[in-house]
Design a binder for this molecule. Sequence first.
Ligand code: PLP
Length: 429
Amino acid sequence: MKRTNSEALHEEALKHIVGGVNSPSRSYKAVGGGSPTVMERAQGAYFWDVDGNKYIDFLAAYGPIITGHAHPHITKAITKAAENGLLYGTPTPHEVKFAKMLKEAMPGMDKVRFVNSGTEAVMTTIRVSRAFTGRSKIMKFAGCYHGHSDLVLVAAGSGPATLGIPDSAGVPKSIANEVITIPFNDPKAFQEAMDQWGEEIACILVEPIVGNFGIVEPKEGFLPLVHNIAKEKGALIVYDEVITAFRFHYGGAQDMLGLTPDLTALGKIIGGGLPIGAYGGRKEIMEQVAPLGPAYQAGTMAGNPASILSGIACLEILKQPGIYEELDRLGAILEKGILEAATKHNVTITINRLIGALTIYFTDVTVENYDQAEATDGEIFGRFFKLMLEQGINLAPSKYEAWFLTTAHTEEDVMQSLVAVDHAFSQLA
Ligand code: PLP
């Protein structure tokens, strides 16, 4: 596959954009290096790069593009929004309609506030939790990503209940001291950490179904235990549903799992491809937020008509019957085909899949926590990634990411991707 235009553009980008990319995960650093493919156009399940190569896309922009690229219903909504003026700085009827739609879909949200990204949404849920509880520490699970605000760029210390160390330069040690990181799916570690710190904790950040070290579901009983102990200690539960909301069904992981958090952070899918975030939760907690309460949060672009109308259009598509059943059907075909190819070529993998999202791990271990995901073979993943790219299959360039099916993928796309997987595995063996 010729990629000379991509390479030249990346060289040019390196001169002007830091690292040549506008988000580090877009670089190919984690898959052995090389120029990231520069995409020019996207339609449905496909990408075309600047060299004219066509790809089947399973990146889906790291999640938001669940209806495929340039879905006509969303494009129409955005065009209409642009014609009517892009930004008002006043309330609009659209945001009220959208807030109601989100509330109806996710019962844990008495009140909603729109922001511009998942990072902002999570960051604000932390501030609101602190305002409500009067406490300052937070707890999170190792390997879960909650955006790039200071507090959540903190990694675990060595033990299950140690204070954090900064995971990024520029995050002061004093901030890391406010964060406790423990392993996901480990009731004992959670109990111990809560025994030690529980009464100082404002909130526990939870990806209820993990999407950031691959797709990892909570073990039976784990989240109910987290909820119970948090309640006992007076700590709030914040669900980070930036990936999970509307990914697996029309609603959140919370209503799938039958658990109601105190606060929820949203992003990605709810913008239909435009920048958005939202947070919401119990009325008395949300009433901490200005102008009602003392916790400040604002945004020039927040609730802008284009993002809101794009989000409404996206949810209208997802609300149609059969959408998630079809994602599940195609996901099952993909999973089965990949496992068969692995057996045929003697490649050791395990797969975690839920509906239309899956992760291949190059390991013989079923991945349930971050340490297990970290221990999987990144070198083989890097080779697999490039073998797939070479055959026109666009995956996320990281062993920790998921493949995302969209409503635009067809069975033919899946079968074609399986032919590519078969070939890639034959080369790995
Ligand atoms: N929370 C989760 C679970 C995410 O996966 C992400 C982004 O990948 C974020 C928060 C941050 O969202 P954004 O990139 O929109 O700031």
